[in-house]
Design a protein around this ligand. Structure first.
Ligand code: PGA
Length: 249
């Protein structure tokens, strides 16, 4: 596991975008696993800037997003489909037919999860999976307690996730209670993983994920078992990691 410390959010975004760019340059038809949330927005902005400069080409890139709220459609501004269009896809030369996000409007859970697992499996494998981390240690919508051997599934969102996401909705009642999410098994099958974390509210989860016991109570702790993980985090997110290390010196 490699940890890259960023000075601030801009530096984090540039470092993360550099890792994604390297993947795109080395393999122009790479399969990228993508994430939503506040943290990757700066990374996507940086990728767009480099695309506009002519340094990146997304024409053959395929993407598979981690998750989508259940019960809302792509035209809904809070959907992760809408997020991906506005924060990345509409600004680069990606073929939308090569982008994949769970269908939040599919009522048949078994059918949608099987369809999504097929997409992941038939893609030849995710070359680089981008992840954020929740304050409770979740990755994707794999909430604490989730079994590590799950593939795509429908999750009931944890109360603290609903609270954290309420900032994007008019009221907390509007936050969907369920989501489709890739499982830990899908994430762990990615060939490489890039986790981004920013801010002090992520410091405890990040410390537990990197140095705590490997346990479903902290879903991100499973990443300790993956052999190709890069962490890009700012000083605040790394504050506990750093203070614990110093106390050992
Ligand atoms: P955030 O979310 O980037 O909005 O903090 C990360 C996550 O919950 O996975």
């Amino acid at each position: 596991m490699r940890i890259y410390e960023a000075k601030d959010y801009n530096d984090l975004s540039r470092k993360a975008a550099n890792i994604i760019s390297a993947q795109i340059i080395m393999k122009p038809d790479a399969v990228l696993g993508l994430a939503t949330g506040s943290t990757p927005i700066g990374t996507y902005k940086q990728l767009i800037e480099w695309y506009e400069k002519g340094d990146l080409d997304f024409k053959e890139i395929k993407t598979i997003n981690l998750d989508e709220y259940k019960g809302i459609g792509p035209e809904n501004e809070q959907s992760y489909y809408h997020f991906m269009r506005t924060n990345l896809f509409d600004h680069i030369n990606i073929d939308l037919a090569n982008t994949n996000i769970p269908n939040g409007l599919e009522e048949d859970i078994e059918k949608e999860c099987a369809r999504y697992d097929d997409i992941i499996n038939q893609s030849g494998g995710i070359d680089l999976q981008l992840l954020g981390i929740g304050c409770n240690g979740h990755i994707g919508f794999n909430e604490p307690g989730i079994s590590f051997d799950k593939s795509t599934h429908c999750v009931k969102l944890a109360d603290n996730t609903i609270q954290a996401n309420a900032r994007f909705f008019e009221s907390i009642e509007d936050v969907p209670k369920y989501a489709y999410s890739m499982g830990i098994k899908n994430i762990m099958q990615a060939k490489s993983i890039l986790l981004v974390a920013s801010g002090e509210n992520k410091a405890k989860a990040l410390y537990e994920a990197l140095y705590g016991p490997i346990t479903p109570a902290v879903p991100a702790s499973v990443l300790q078992l993956h052999n190709n993980v890069s962490i890009v985090a700012d000083e605040e997110a790394l504050s506990i990691v750093k203070s614990e290390k110093e106390s050992l010196l």
